[in-house]
Design a protein around this ligand. Structure first.
Ligand code: EAX
Length: 320
């Protein structure tokens, strides 16, 4: 009886193994980062919640392609999943552009409340019609400027700086208003571009700056916090639709657990970053007069209000 039972268990185990589905998820940052934690946690949770029927293989540092390429692959279904920043998203889902308006969010608590509430839920649904299932909002963080020319203390310090930017029209428009010469480029090329002086600087959240070791190739950092950059878990829509209802819930739940780990890592990065990056030789301007920087953006803000609707921007600002 005992033997028969163990045989039964074995054949059952083999059956499960052969029914295993392997999927891939990618990020642009290295594994040891807020993005790495986001997908590692997601992968672990999916396996746990589906009893190992789904295995998620994780790929770091743009090894399956930069964020835009990863989105294209997920849209076509040649890659099942990716975790991306909002950088390339407007080219696929224009409605998401509004989130990258400069100085729209007061702080992390505000941004998270918006994304976790009805506005965030509505925006996640916009991905459906473009071949994606957006499982959850993650977080890339508030973006800050680094460069090799001089410290940025007042808006005029940005004049004429050649800065790498993401391939996002909202960023490009805003940085032009700052007097920056924007040079859009895939993240995978940024370290080398900074090292070789192809650009003077770049802008990214603290978590990205530390994980990608930009301190090795950049001298000055100003905590401008000029844009909040969301992240998101994206899945090929057809792959998601094929899942059973219970598995759909499992994938969404796994993404939610991943978001928590992702945000926790950002919180701890933010606490340690100034001391850490100073010890690595960066010169950091910790506070700016935000009102002055906002003043410089006035003309472009009028254009954003027209594009996205002042009501929609106010609705985001009003969230407590
Ligand atoms: O890993 O391209 C970028 O600057 C994005 O912030 C990216 O997520 C960094």
């Amino acid at each position: 009886m005992v033997i028969a039972l163990s045989l039964l268990t074995t054949s059952f185990a083999v059956g499960v193994a052969s029914a295993q589905t392997v999927m891939r998820i990618s990020i642009s940052s290295p594994q040891n980062s807020h993005q790495g934690v986001a997908i590692d946690t997601f992968a672990k949770e999916v396996e746990k919640l589906t009893d190992g029927r789904y295995v998620i293989k994780t790929f770091y540092a743009s090894s399956l392609g930069a964020e835009r390429e990863a989105m294209e692959s997920v849209q076509m279904g040649t890659q099942e999943l990716t975790w991306t920043s909002s950088g390339p998203v407007p080219n696929f889902v224009p409605e998401v552009k509004i989130l990258d308006v400069p100085f729209l969010f007061r702080d992390y608590a505000h941004a998270r409340a918006v994304l976790d509430g009805p506005i965030g839920d509505d925006l996640l649904k916009k991905f459906d019609a473009r071949g994606f299932k957006a499982l959850a909002w993650g977080e890339n963080g508030f973006r800050h400027m680094t460069n090799n020319k001089h410290p940025i203390k007042v808006p005029t310090d940005m004049q004429g700086l050649k800065m790498r930017t993401v391939e996002n029209p909202v960023h490009i428009e805003a940085y032009k208003a700052f007097g920056i010469i924007p040079t859009p480029m895939a993240f995978s090329e940024v370290f080398t571009a900074l090292q070789q002086g192809t650009v003077d600087g770049q802008e990214n959240p603290i978590s990205v700056i530390t994980a990608s070791k930009f301190d090795q190739v950049q001298k000055y950092l100003t905590l401008t916090g000029h844009v909040y950059s969301p992240g998101m878990y994206l899945m090929n829509k057809a792959s998601f639709d094929k899942l059973s209802d219970a598995d759909k819930k499992a994938f969404i739940q796994a993404a939610k657990v991943g978001v928590q780990a992702n945000r926790d890592r950002i919180d701890s990065d933010e606490k340690n970053a100034v001391a850490d990056l100073t010890s690595k030789g960066m010169e950091i301007v910790e506070t700016i007069d935000k009102a002055q920087f906002q003043e410089a953006l006035k003309p472009v803000m009028a254009s954003f209000e027209k594009q996205f609707g002042k009501d929609n921007m106010d609705a985001i600002r009003a969230v407590q």
